[in-house]
Design a protein around this ligand. Structure first.
Ligand SMILES: [Zn+2]
Ligand SMILES: [Zn+2]
Ligand SMILES: [Zn+2]
Ligand SMILES: [Zn+2]
Length: 397
């Protein structure tokens, strides 16, 4: 039975959990990527390693969001000046009429307010004194509107961001119990595309037959076969397979040469298909500058996309980010949502906030209860047995 590829798969996924940020003071020094049949592992990366390869294929859904964010935050000035011209423009001839002499065909725009036009620099100069006051007023008005607009956009963004995330309560197709969050507590099978809990994988394993516990297909017997099967599922637009294959490339696993360009391509595809962890992996790539230029803003954007879709680890990363920035309230909000998703690291952070006197006992109790609720849903004798048998089947932090 030692030839069972499950063994190798579990052995290579050395680490548990999906922590992106390990401590409050640390940066995200690791990258979370599933490196095999759905197991999530980490690779330690020293900073400044990446930035060489740039991802060419862009995820349309998240790029669109990036565009939206850009529009909201940066380029409101133009929009607002347009709005101003609608508001106050009624007394200005919106057509090409010179504000000084009234002739048509004016094309020389006031550089400051961009609302009035002149025939030429001479008319502009002549009108300068008269226009000065209203020009300043237009500019002030536009700036105020811009501020308001930015504030409103941020508000709307926060409402979306802190909305209760959809819980990822996937069930094991064999025991029908909730799948643990911890990577070692589950396993993806590329034969049937099912995610199976560690308990059920182990139960099959001790029967000494190298079959998939769900579809009874023989386990792959070579690295080549592992990759081939995964690619087959990728062709079927299987979300987890896309994410896993991306991770194969990120690690250079299963005989593939490491290729972050390809890794990002598959992660983007998986993200487009709705895989939250793929967003998280892309975020980690940006955070650490691996395969892409280091960009913490972009990293955070991808963490947000993952968190808003229910990724508890990404949610925890956002919390740490806020905590580092001194925004305890926002950090706490993230940690609470993360705990509800079963993320133990977030519970520890809340405990720390509580012992520092930065949050109340009620909040800490609420977090504890949320975590206990999660534990009650994932605990099983079969999974305990698997975990006792092998660290690689650990399913509770
Ligand atoms: Zn003129
Ligand atoms: Zn002006
Ligand atoms: Zn199960
Ligand atoms: Zn199967």
């Amino acid at each position: 039975m030692s030839s069972n590829y499950d063994n190798i798969i579990n052995a290579t996924s050395s680490s548990s959990g999906t922590t992106a940020v390990d401590g409050i003071s640390n940066d995200i020094g690791r990258m979370d990527i599933s490196n095999d049949d759905g197991d999530v592992s980490r690779i330690d990366i020293s900073d400044g390693e990446g930035g060489k390869i740039h991802n060419k294929k862009k995820c349309t859904s998240c790029e669109q969001k990036v565009e939206n964010i850009k529009t909201n935050n940066i380029s409101h000035a133009n929009v607002d000046i347009d709005m101003v011209s609608e508001d106050v423009g009624s007394d200005i001839d919106a057509k090409e009429t010179c504000a000084n002499c009234g002739k048509d065909g004016a094309s020389n725009v006031c550089n400051k307010c961009k609302l009035v036009k002149y025939c030429n620099a001479v008319c502009k100069k002549k009108h300068k004194k008269k226009h000065k006051k209203e020009c300043e007023e237009y500019v002030r008005h536009a700036a105020k509107k811009h501020e308001e607009e930015v504030r409103r956009a941020a508000e709307l963004h926060d409402i979306e961001l802190f909305k209760q995330s959809p819980q990822q309560e996937e069930e094991c197709p064999i025991c029908f119990q909730r799948i643990p969050l911890l990577s070692t507590g589950k396993k993806y099978k590329s034969c049937c595309g099912k995610v199976i809990c560690s308990g059920c994988v182990h139960a099959q394993f001790i029967r000494d037959v190298p079959l998939c516990p769900f579809c009874r297909t023989l386990e792959p017997t070579s690295e080549d076969e592992v990759v081939k099967r995964m690619m087959k599922r990728v062709e079927k637009d299987d979300v987890q397979a896309n994410s896993s294959l991306g991770s194969f490339y990120a690690h250079g696993n299963w005989g593939l040469s490491q290729d972050m360009n390809k890794a990002l391509e598959f992660w983007h595809r998986a993200a487009e298909l709705g895989h939250t962890q793929a967003y998280f992996s892309i975020g980690c790539a940006y955070y650490n500058g691996i395969g892409v230029k280091k960009d913490k803003k972009k990293a955070n954007h991808y963490f947000e996309l993952a968190a808003m879709r229910g990724d508890a680890a990404a949610r925890h990363s956002l919390g740490v980010h806020e905590w580092n920035a001194g925004n305890d309230d926002r950090a706490l909000k993230h940690f609470l949502i993360s705990v509800e998703g079963g993320y133990n690291g977030a519970l520890k952070k809340i405990q720390q906030l509580y012992s520092n006197g930065d949050t109340t006992k009620d909040v800490y109790t609420q977090a504890l209860r949320a975590y206990q609720k999660y534990l009650a849903e994932i605990r099983s004798a079969q999974r305990d047995e698997a975990a006792a048998f092998d660290e690689g089947f650990k399913y509770i932090d």
